[in-house]
Design a protein around this ligand. Structure first.
Ligand code: B12
Ligand code: SF4
Length: 481
């Protein structure tokens, strides 16, 4: 007999545990799977039981999963997958089905929300796909399957195998009020918060964590997959968010939070109200957030700084305005530069987020990008290798814009799987290394990292501990050190 009130939620790793030991992205950062932790808290509140295994934080988790399945015999196993971790989820689902025939494998997250029916058509090990937000959909699924298996055809958000083949029941018509959600079940993440670390040099104090306080983004950048939250924008109120931060501080001792919201400042009033609360009743915490340049101004930045804002990340993508206008709305690099100066003037660090290899990219556009970025007073930057994800607008028809080697397990933005016409992969790799190297060799940037000795001593200790890996990565730009 399987326990129908129970689910094991798994965050697959995407590659073997041997590789995990040397993986540069794991050395640099490990973040809690907040989607799964949120679902676990929600199900718990409704009287169901959910446990979580995060293979990213604990690469040796095959054994932990098998022991759990033998001991607890859950009737459900759920997977949260990006494109690169999808096949690892399928592998674990097959093992679970071998051990507990009759267990139901449910997949959620960005990759399956984008591909919907195709997932069930191609993968017999997947029983259900949850498209979009998981809280209500999974609850209904777990309550329906044991008593009325045919009833799954009525659960919005579910893809299942019906009598006539694979069926998507359509999107949910209503959405949850985010202030009705319990805080994520951080306590179900083994080793939290110590097992998790934000990117090196991205925080002043440890322990640190990430946090999500809104869902959705109304923009439509070509490279961005918004299959889960789609185009709306919903958010936690300032009061709820203050309570969440207080909980993180008091229960787990968190001293710095990185908001991974797509658009933290999209609703200016709520950010202002939050900063007022943090100034009136300080929590002894700092925070980072990601913004779009259009949604910041000097007055707001001043308030954010007073409330403890340490760093702001901002999508630049490319310093070639013509290329940028092909991929996002309001491509105005002079405005972005002005906003970056405003952030610096407010006394907040700036991290620029860039991409290389977009459709239309050329050697000349990469040079322009470098000139632009190096003319800006940014403190840190991240350069991703452009990857066309299923669900992103650019994915449709991508083969007309260059050569695309669609290997899902390598789609982690650390491989040039797409090569735009007129370029070669080898040349992109050379220019990628050159971009990073030039950035790090600039005296101002080097001094900035030296200053981190006192601004983020914890980061320096981690950096020195993994120096060999970082040097190997700098030389080769390959993911595994
Ligand atoms: C924070 C974040 C990260 C963090 C941490 C990720 C983590 N540990 O979970 C870091 C920086 C490490 C990261 C890395 C990467 N990320 Co990322 N990341 C995000 C971000 C901004 C927020 C994720 C989040 O917490 N959301 C909030 C929670 C509540 O939502 P959620 O996880 O989607 O879960 C909800 C539903 O999806 C669903 N659900 C999810 N899982 C399950 C499981 C079941 C069983 C069910 C029923 C439902 C369900 O229910 C949840 C609650 O409603 C998203 C964009 C976004 N706004 O979501 C991108 C996003 C997920 N990342 C993306 C990408 C591309 C990457 C990278 C490949 C490259 C990169 N950008 O650095 C790597 C790959 C990492 C990996 N292991 O595969 C893409 C994924 C595209 C794809 N198809 O793969 C996204 C969608 C960004 C985008 N718009 O393009 N990422
Ligand atoms: S990249 Fe950012 S601004 Fe653009 S659609 Fe995605 S979340 Fe919105």
């Amino acid at each position: 007999m399987l326990d129908h009130r129970k689910i094991l939620l798994v965050h697959p790793l995407g590659y073997g545990k041997e590789d995990a030991e040397n993986d540069i992205s794991r050395k640099a950062n490990i973040m809690p799977p907040l989607g799964l932790a949120g679902i676990a808290a929600w199900l718990g509140q409704k009287g169901l039981e959910a446990d979580i295994v995060d293979c990213y934080a604990h690469p040796d988790s095959d054994r932990i999963i098998q022991e759990y399945l033998e001991r607890e015999r859950p009737a459900f196993i759920g997977f949260s997958c990006t494109t690169s971790s999808f096949f690892d989820g399928v592998r674990i689902a097959k093992t679970a089905k071998g051990m507990l025939p009759g267990i139901h494998a449910v997949f959620g997250g960005a990759h399956v929300s984008a591909l919907k029916e195709r997932v069930l058509k191609d993968c017999p090990a997947v029983d259900f796909v949850c498209v979009g937000e998981g809280e209500e959909t999974l609850l209904e699924l777990m309550e329906t399957v044991p008593v009325n298996p045919d009833g799954v055809g009525d659960i919005p958000g579910i893809v299942h195998r019906g009598k006539g083949g694979v069926v998507f029941n359509g999107y949910r018509k209503t959405t949850l009020d985010l202030d009705d959600l319990p805080f994520p079940a951080y306590e179900k993440l083994a080793g939290y918060p110590e097992a998790y670390t934000l990117p090196i040099f991205n925080y002043p104090k440890a322990p640190s964590t990430s946090c999500i306080s809104s869902r959705g983004c109304p923009y439509a950048c070509s490279y961005c997959d918004r299959s889960v939250f789609r185009r709306s924008f919903r958010y936690n109120s300032a009061e709820y968010l203050y309570g969440h931060l207080k909980y993180l501080r008091e229960r787990f001792g968190i001293r710095h939070v990185n908001f991974y919201d797509d658009q933290f400042t999209f609703n200016r009033d709520r950010v202002e109200a939050l900063t007022d609360l943090l100034v009136e009743k300080p929590l002894g915490m700092t925070f980072n957030c990601a913004v779009r340049a259009e949604h910041i101004d000097p007055a707001l930045l001043g308030k954010m700084k007073r409330a403890g804002c340490w760093m702001v990340s901002l999508g630049i993508e490319t310093g070639d305005e013509r290329l940028l206008s092909r991929h996002r709305q309001n491509a105005d690099l002079a405005m972005v530069a002005e906003k970056i100066r405003e952030i610096k003037k407010a006394g907040i660090r700036v991290k620029g987020l860039l991409m290389m290899g977009l459709p239309g990219e050329s050697e000349a556009s990469i040079r322009r990008s470098m000139d632009y970025v190096f003319s800006l007073p940014i403190d840190d930057f991240n350069l991703a290798k452009f990857t066309p994800f299923p669900g992103s607008p650019v994915y449709e028809g991508i083969e007309k814009q260059g050569r695309f080697d669609e290997k899902w397990e390598k789609m982690d933005c650390m491989h040039f799987l797409f090569v735009p016409w007129g370029m070669t992969r080898e040349r992109l790799e050379e220019l990628f290394i050159n971009f990073y190297r030039t950035h790090f060799m600039r005296p101002g940037v080097l001094l900035g990292y030296v200053a981190m000795i006192w601004k983020s001593p914890h980061s320096w200790r981690r950096f020195l501990g993994s120096l060999g890996y970082f040097l190997r990565f700098a030389r080769s730009s390959r993911r595994l050190g």
